[in-house]
Design a protein around this ligand. Sequence first.
Ligand code: DGL
Length: 279
Amino acid sequence: MSRPPKILVFDSGLGGLTVFAEIAALRPDAQFVYAADEAGFPYGALPATALAPRVLAVMGRLIDLFSPDVAVIACNTASTLVLPHLRAAFPDLPFVGTVPAIKPAAQTSQSKMISVLATPGTVARDYTRGLIEAYAADCKVMLVGSSRLASLAEDFMQGDAPSDAAILDEIAPAFVEAEGRRTDAIALACTHYPLLIAQFERLAPWPVAWIDPAPAIARRTDHVLTAELGFAAGGGETARKPALAVFTGSKEAGPKLREALRLRGIAKIALEPMPLVFA
Ligand code: DGL
């Protein structure tokens, strides 16, 4: 295939930008649409019965509008629940998901005490428990569900810096000491969290390895494009094309957010309002 690929990166909000940045670095030739379901945010608070139809509806609209070659679900809360439904509903479109980085956290850990920092939705999923059984059976795993961190990361991107105390309250339960051992690896199992990594590192009670799955998701996306869809390799000196951001809310982005997006190569923002309606 000689044309550049079109990649749709989707999240409930701005967290997926951490994944978008890695994919954009690997595929500077691609045309990107970054979609944030701001009207449905936060996904971590939605019951599974509401989240699945919501993601299917929003993705259906986005796929109709943009006809991507590949869709990246840059959201653990959605991926751990909705990926099979998306693949069944859109069988011709490859999906790349984002699931808690429990395997690399277990492999990285020396103390065999790891934590999974995620939304309440993700920590409650059978899928997450399955990953622990499959890949971290030799570890003591602390599941930490935070109901506030994703919103604090959104505020941070809008230029409203969260207090150290608010962040520390959310991350502290991930640091465990027992029987002379302590947590040494924490999976960032919500794509919003790497947006706050500088604060996490500064406030951590002791140094740990913070595991961000974004580079692995970027490699997987590139593999789908080249090995499965036949696109040419996309590295090299190609100048990046400006990307488009689409928000499902009705609020215009403020100046701080526009600047944060511009710095990430997103030059245009479109609103595609899709209010969240509960049946
Ligand atoms: N970014 C999403 C994730 O990776 C969660 C944020 C939310 O609660 O909407 O899980």
